[in-house]
Design a protein around this ligand. Structure first.
Ligand SMILES: Nc1ncnc2c1ncn2[C@@H]1O[C@H](COP(=O)(O)OP(=O)(O)O)[C@@H](O)[C@H]1O
Ligand SMILES: [Mg+2]
Length: 304
C-alpha cells in the first residue's frame, strides 16, 4: 500500500549518514532507490523496516509508525536485506517452515506454502538442499520467497539484483509487475541506474545522505535519450526559439545545449544558427546514457 519516509536523520558517531531524507512509495508503484556505494541506501532501508532507529524523523508503513507501532508496521512489509543471512545448516523447506512458525502458520500449512513459493521461485529442485550449498542467486531467490510468506502489502529490497543472473533479473521484473497489479508498494535499491530502468516507475536518487532528485523513469529516459549537442557562443531566448523549431532544446550548462528528438540533421541546424548570427563552436550527435544522467545529477549536487 504505502511506504512513507519522513525527514529521517541518522549519524554514526560524528558522521552524518542521512540528512532530511523524505520520500513516499504509494500504492501500486515500484520505486528504485539509486545512489553510489556509501550514499545511504542500506541505512535508509534498515530504518524503514525498523531494525535501526533513526536519530529523528519517522517511517510510516500503511500509516503505522515503525517506531511506535512496530509490530503492525513490520507485518505489513516484506524485506530482503543486502546480504541475507540464514541458518545455513537448515534445508531450504525446513527453514521456510521454521520461519513460518513466527507468522503463526501450522507446520503442514507452512510446508505446503513453502513448496508452492519455492517452486514458483525456481527452487523446486532445492527444497531439501542445505542453504549452505545455495549460490548467491539462489539465496536471493530464497530470501524473496521468504519475504512473501505472509503476502504483505509492501516490499523493500536492498540491492536485490546484485548477484542475480539475467534470468533472475527477468524473474524479479515479472514479480514486481505482479506486485503492481495487486496494488503493493515496492521500494528497491541499486547502485546502477540502468539496472532499474525496466523495473522502476520512479527513481529516488540519494547522494551523500541527501535526496538529490525524484524522477519518473519516463522522464529519465527521455532526458537521457539521443540528441544533437551544441556548444554555442551564446544561448539566449532567441537561440532557444530557433532550436525549438528543430526539436526540444535543453540547456545543459552555460553555452551547451542538447536538442532532443531532432527533426533535422546536424548540418541543417548549424546552417540555421549561423544564418542568424550564432557562433557554433562544436556540434555533434550525442547518445546520453542513463548513467550520464545520474552523474550529472551528482555533479550538480556536489556543486551546491
Ligand atoms: N553501523 C555503521 N557504523 C558506522 N558507519 C556506518 C554504519 N553503517 C553504515 N555506515 C556508513 O554510512 C554510510 C552509508 O552507508 P550505506 O547506507 O550502507 O550506503 P549504501 O547502502 O548506499 O552503499 C557509509 O559511509 C557507511 O560507511
Ligand atoms: Mg547498501
Amino acid at each position: 500500500m504505502t511506504i512513507e519516509i519522513v525527514s529521517v536523520y541518522k549519524s554514526f558517531g560524528r558522521k552524518r549518514v542521512l540528512e532530511d531524507v523524505s520520500f513516499k512509495v504509494p500504492n501500486g508503484e515500484v520505486v528504485g532507490y539509486v545512489g553510489l556505494n556509501g550514499a545511504g541506501k542500506t541505512t535508509t532501508i534498515r530504518i524503514a523496516v525498523g531494525v535501526l532507529p533513526p536519530d529523528s524523523g519517522e517511517v510510516l508503513i500503511d500509516g503505522y509508525s515503525v517506531l511506535r507501532e512496530k509490530k503492525k508496521a513490520s507485518e505489513r512489509v516484506g524485506w530482503v536485506p543486502e546480504q541475507p543471512i540464514f541458518e545455513t545448516e537448515f534445508k531450504a523447506l525446513d527453514y521456510f517452515t521454521y520461519i513460518a512458525g513466527y507468522y503463526g502458520l501450522s507446520s503442514s500449512e507452512a510446508r505446503r506454502l513453502g513448496r508452492e513459493l519455492l517452486e514458483e521461485f525456481g527452487l523446486g529442485n532445492a527444497l531439501n538442499m542445505k542453504l549452505s550449498y545455495f549460490s548467491q542467486g539462489m539465496k536471493k531467490r530464497f530470501a524473496l520467497a521468504v519475504s512473501m510468506m505472509n503476502d504483505p502489502p509492501n516490499f523493500i529490497f536492498d540491492e536485490v539484483l546484485n548477484g542475480l543472473d539475467p534470468q533472475g533479473i527477468a524473474f524479479f521484473r515479472g514479480l514486481t509487475k505482479e506486485f503492481k497489479k495487486r496494488g503493493k508498494a515496492v521500494l528497491f535499491s541499486s547502485h546502477i541506474l540502468s539496472e532499474v530502468e525496466d523495473i522502476a516507475d520512479r527513481v529516488v536518487f540519494i547522494h551523500k545522505g541527501r535526496i538529490v532528485g525524484v524522477y519518473p523513469m519516463e522522464e529519465i529516459k527521455s532526458k537521457a535519450g539521443a540528441g544533437v549537442k551544441l556548444a554555442l557562443n551564446r544561448v539566449d531566448e532567441n537561440v532557444l526559439r530557433i532550436l525549438s523549431r528543430f526539436g526540444e532544446p535543453v540547456v545543459l550548462d552555460g553555452s551547451k545545449v542538447l536538442v532532443r528528438k531532432p527533426s533535422s540533421n546536424v548540418d541543417e541546424i548549424i546552417a540555421e544558427l549561423v544564418k542568424n548570427g550564432v557562433g557554433v563552436l562544436e556540434a555533434g550527435r550525442e547518445e546520453r546514457s542513463l548513467e550520464d544522467f545520474f552523474f550529472t545529477l551528482i555533479k550538480e549536487a556536489d556543486k551546491s
